[in-house]
Write a protein that binds this ligand. Structure first.
Ligand SMILES: [Zn+2]
Length: 364
């Protein structure tokens, strides 16, 4: 099995960090996952439409990087106050820059942004290219710090008539109170106009599988990338038009990254299916020319040139990230202690995890 560098891994299930580590250790060998980038997502919007902050995300990702050292990386997420939308521009501008500086010094390898997710973007109110982010993006650009952003969603989620029940229930369907898909795309262009050398990767192929011209325009910038993380099934849509997409993969073979939205899944009867289904889809799609099925949809693999597959699976992420940055353990300790002292944290296992983290890193 070809090894993969998974540049898009989360840990959001509410389980103890020690269990997550144990489960990841069982999962990674099965899927050939030999390098791992853990992506932090502190702010989200709940199915009840509440914008919240999970203050455990950054420290958990940094600790996972420690636990899987020396093959692992961690991307931090900005922590937005839950009333960010009514804060002053100058306050946010300083806050975001300060956080980027702090995370770089702490040993994070990049930034993950869920800010382009429609419900999060709606809650934040400010466009992704708003001036409150200028100093933050400039810092990332000057320091060659990679950013992975979730931008938009499949088109169907702006169309209530076509949306599935689950998406409606989860509040993923966008009515006129949300930014449109086009607005979101214009906003990331707005970022790149101000910061043309930013190493900005759009996750899930930027949900551009139905618009190759837009995908090409995204690649006109010097350091932009896509990750192939499954979602809304972009790969199957591209497979149907491989006459055009084949050329795209050939031309931009150095700027496409492997990712799978990997998790340590609870060990129930669906466990193996859950952690293997997206890695399997990717391998079936890129490595074979035979017929397969994904979530009830039949498709044929495109059997991409092996040299390009190796770049996507491994070399491109290695070139982008290099060796993992050194973790500042005194930072991690101080952060764990300050979080322990904080009441009413979002996560139910917070204190238990923090004590476990402090104990595990006491010799570092
Ligand atoms: Zn993700």
């Amino acid at each position: 099995m070809k090894k993969v560098f998974d540049a898009h891994i989360h840990h959001t299930y509410e389980m103890k960090i020690a269990d997550a580590i144990r489960i990841f250790k069982l999962e990674f060998p099965v899927t050939g996952t030999q390098r791992q980038a853990f992506m932090s997502i502190p702010n989200k919007v709940s199915p009840e439409h509440v914008f919240y902050l999970n203050e455990m995300q950054n420290i958990r990702m940094l600790f996972l990087k420690h636990a899987f050292s020396p093959t692992a990386y961690a991307f931090a997420g900005l922590e937005h106050p839950i009333d960010a939308f009514e804060r002053e521009d100058s306050y946010l501008s300083d806050l975001y820059l300060k956080q980027a500086e702090e995370y770089k010094a702490a040993g994070f390898d990049g930034m993950k942004m869920l800010e382009g997710y429609p419900s999060v973007r709606k809650a934040m109110k400010r466009p992704l290219c708003h001036s409150v982010y200028d100093k933050y993006y400039s810092f990332l650009e000057e320091n060659n710090i990679p950013v992975t952003m979730h931008l938009a969603n499949p088109e169907s989620l702006w169309n209530i008539a076509e949306a599935d029940e689950y998406s409606i229930k989860m509040g993923r369907v966008c009515d006129s109170t949300y930014p449109t898909k086009n607005e979101l795309h214009d906003e990331v262009d707005g970022i790149m106009k101000k910061h043309p050398r930013l190493r900005l990767t759009l996750a899930h192929f930027g949900f551009m599988s139905t618009d190759i011209e837009r995908a090409k325009r995204w690649m006109d910038y010097e350091n932009t990338c896509f990750d192939i993380t499954p979602g809304g099934e972009q790969l199957l849509k591209m497979g149907k038009e491989w006459d055009s997409w084949g050329g795209f993969f050939e031309k931009y073979q150095d700027r496409i990254l492997y990712g799978s939205d990997y998790y340590a899944y609870p060990e129930d009867e669906k466990w193996e299916e859950n952690f293997t289904k997206r890695p399997k889809l990717i391998r079936d799609f890129f490595e074979t020319d035979t017929e397969h099925e994904y979530q009830g949809e039949k498709f044929r693999g495109i059997k991409l040139d092996e040299k390009i597959v190796d770049k996507i699976y491994w070399n491109n992420a290695m070139r982008l990230l290099g060796d993992p940055k050194k973790i500042d353990y005194s930072y991690m300790r101080a952060l764990a202690e300050s979080l322990l002292a904080k009441p009413d944290k979002y996560s139910p296992f917070a204190d238990e995890d923090l004590r476990y983290i402090l104990e595990s890193i006491s010799d570092f």
